[in-house]
Design a protein around this ligand. Sequence first.
Ligand code: UDP
Length: 329
Amino acid sequence: MAVMVTGGAGYIGSHAVLALLDAGQEVVVVDNLVTGFDWAVDDRATLVECDIADEGRVRAAIRGYDVDAIMHFAGSVVVPESVTDPLKYYRNNTAASRSLIESAVTEGVRHFIFSSTAATYGTPEKVPVAENDPTVPINPYGMSKLMTEAMLRDVAAAHPINYCALRYFNVAGADPEGRSGQSTAGATHLIKVAVEAATGRRSHVSIFGTDFDTRDGTGVRDYIHVSDLAAAHVAALDLLRADPGSSHTLNCGYGRGFSVAEVLDAVDRVTNMTIERKLEGRRAGDPAELVADNSAILAALPWRPERDDLEGIVRDALAWERKLAERDR
Ligand code: UDP
């Protein structure tokens, strides 16, 4: 019996692969390597290089490896790009997920774990935001993920499959053992950008917006360590297997926020540097504050945050960034 991990050559997927392998699971990765890297897939896993929408090959892999569960990470993740090229997001996220879910149902896969996002909430009416609060995405990325959640809900009602949609808040950091990290060049996420600046790949960090209604005027987010997030997936898989009649939608965050200025202060402390900050205007579509109400995940899973420490997150991200810089030299 094996777990299929789509997008297992990518940032979050490769950490989930490590967590599954460390828990003794057999893992088959399906990745088209468009944004992922084959070297990011641990040697203990099998890599099938194909698109998740390739139903013939995906179904053959499900059969060949006796897959009972799918963790689905593959997709496009750049919010501004989703605004300029929405059809790419509805193809790579929504339509490709539809194909994958159909392959799963046809082959009798019993459990499905889906990478969803806090972007499904849009601009929340209240913070912290809970799972049953309104979902009104403000960009095609969030909508493409919400549409997949809707498919899973309907499919689980019609077929013998259960699912867990995990709505990620701001994922950051890297495997504390240095086995994986965020490797995509040109990333836009704050902690990645800041550690790139710390290792000389960038000259400065832009602060997008200093006039939000927050404690210091900069945007507040709920940063979660990628290894804690990976562990939540393993716990969700255990729950789906133990209770095949239940499905869940769960926020993945620590339930507390840090401002951009606070994050950059932490980076300065960890690096012992003063990284140059440039104050700029707000990015389109950025809410002031996005923090998870995480009471549902704490109640549903035995999972508990183990790396809820901003400086620790920055330290792990920085160690990986230094490794990447070393390799490029
Ligand atoms: N941000 C910033 N400078 C950057 C990247 C991000 O000031 O170079 C801010 C952004 O406006 C938001 C927070 O940092 O308030 C987190 O943004 P990120 O892109 O990491 O994730 P998002 O919350 O947009 O998914």
